[in-house]
Design a protein around this ligand. Structure first.
Ligand code: ZN
Length: 111
């Protein structure tokens, strides 16, 4: 995952979008086809839309009227779920650190 590819997208949502697009987080950005970029772009929009609808209006540090971070209402498929089974295939989700960021992914669904 190249920082530039997901610039402006919070790490949580980047994790989710990569999972939805089926792109492995360690795949070099230059080796992702344009078609897959298109899928990723669509998934980022979809994930952000779902997050906004569930109560988060910013990508991080948002606190809703209940005093809880808005993103807690968003159902994560991979973020924070390392060691747990993938919701799509049942494989154990893995955690990889890229610089300061922790990315959780499924080695079966994301390539
Ligand atoms: Zn999977």
């Amino acid at each position: 995952m190249d920082r530039g590819v997901v610039a402006g997208v919070g790490n949580i949502y980047a994790n989710e979008a990569l999972f939805m697009a089926g792109i492995h987080p360690l795949r070099a950005a230059g080796r992702i086809s344009l078609k897959r970029y298109d899928v990723l772009a669509v998934e980022i929009k979809r994930v952000l839309q779902a997050a906004i609808e569930s109560g988060g209006s910013t990508l991080r540090d948002f606190v809703n009227s209940d005093g809880k971070p808005g993103y807690f209402a968003f159902e994560h498929k991979v973020y924070g779920r390392d060691g747990q089974p993938c919701q799509s295939c049942g494989a154990t989700l893995k955690l990889v650190r890229l610089g300061q960021r922790a990315t959780v992914y499924c080695g079966q669904c994301q390539r």
